[in-house]
Unconditional design. Structure first.
Length: 364
């Protein structure tokens, strides 16, 4: 809805107005600018009534992106919940981006479901995503921007009875062979480095993106992990927050990844005004989550390897260590978790280890 806040406020406090285009009975287009209203919702309602009286479909004036922003602005959820919704709607809403909500048909929703299916998600997660999107269009329906919610016609995701589904997101990870297939299609040195770092270091994505060149120990070939990006920090001074468990850890870097670090450092150091405050995965600013996810999905589709989330790169790293008999306490220290948390999170990866123990004892 094109509703605006005027810089000039009337004496009685009215500042909101609407401005829109409409067609008259002869098909000619006109622009209407309203009087000022005290509240935003009053201006929105006035515009809706005006367009309806003109025979215009209000929905034709709204695109998906604007609807999402309006929905979030008017949501009464807590900040953390709002942020989660925003991430989900942005990440999985590419099919609807820049489209008028009147053009979102049941057929387009089916296409959207196929796109979501490309992600390695359990059915319950996909069902939650479906409900998020349905709620947005329920809001549009309530505001009378649309006459029908296409998500109310299409059925939610259902389990495939012929497919064995994992019970936990932690069970979704890349095997070494799958990672090699994935990384082989990446022809951009920066992104090859980025995803290799995620796989071989097991850092959380906020920790990885927050890394600066000053966090690298070039003598001992280590990386210091002590901060992550504050996704709610709008100012530079509160850009970082401590790691999830407020644990500082120093991680050794394998040789193949170390050569990539040196290569990227040499490239970055040639940038004007370079300093060790520069981000490893960026420059004076860090790369956005949106860019990271878009590149990740592009390369997964190109490689024909199942899509996983950035956090599941961390699971892939844990799987690699567990399958190679790295001690539990060492894995926990590298991941920045306690042994109990690691055992609880990755319990499904340990049963075969118990079999190995039994085999040793039986042959003693």
């Amino acid at each position: 809805m094109p509703v605006y806040k005027s810089k000039e406020v009337t004496k009685d406090g009215r500042k909101w107005f609407f401005k829109c285009q409409y067609k008259d009975a002869y098909g000619e287009t006109h622009t209407k600018k309203s009087k000022k209203y005290e509240l935003k919702v009053q201006a929105e309602e006035a515009e809706r009534k005006f367009l309806l009286n003109c025979g215009e479909q209000v929905s034709n004036k709204i695109i998906w992106d604007d609807l999402v922003n309006e929905f979030l602005e008017n949501s009464h959820n807590k900040d953390a919940t709002l942020y989660s919704k925003k991430i989900v709607l942005n990440k999985y809403g590419n099919v609807f981006n820049n489209k008028e909500i009147s053009s979102i048909t049941p057929l387009l929703v089916e296409k959207w479901k196929k796109e979501v299916d490309k992600y390695s998600l359990v059915t319950s997660s996909k069902q939650n995503i479906f409900n998020y999107f349905k709620t947005v269009l329920d809001y549009a329906l309530k505001k009378r921007y649309i006459d029908i919610n296409p998500f109310g016609i299409i059925e939610n995701f259902e389990k495939d009875p012929n497919k064995i589904e994992v019970k936990h997101e932690e069970e979704l990870y890349l095997t070494p062979d799958e990672f090699k297939q994935f990384i082989s299609v990446i022809d951009d040195d920066f992104w090859k480095f980025f995803f290799s770092f995620a796989f071989y270091m097991g850092t959380r994505k906020g920790e990885q993106i927050a890394l600066q060149w000053k966090d690298i120990d070039f003598t001992n070939h280590t990386v210091k992990i002590y901060k992550q990006i504050n996704t709610k920090g709008l100012k530079k001074e509160n850009m970082f927050i401590p790691t999830k468990n407020n644990v500082t850890r120093t991680l050794s870097v394998p040789n193949n990844l170390w050569s990539m670090i040196i290569y990227q450092y040499k490239k970055s150091s040639k940038i004007a005004d370079f300093s060790d405050e520069f981000f490893i995965f960026g420059d004076e600013t860090y790369i956005s989550y949106t860019t990271m996810d878009r590149k990740k999905d592009y390369y997964f589709d190109l490689s024909k390897v199942k899509r996983i989330t950035m956090h599941q790169f961390r699971h892939s790293h844990a799987s690699l260590l567990i399958s190679n008999n790295v001690p539990l306490n060492v894995i926990a220290k590298r991941l920045g978790d306690t042994p109990d948390v690691v055992l609880k999170t990755y319990a499904h990866m340990f049963p075969q280890k118990e079999a190995e123990v039994l085999n040793v004892l039986n042959n003693f």
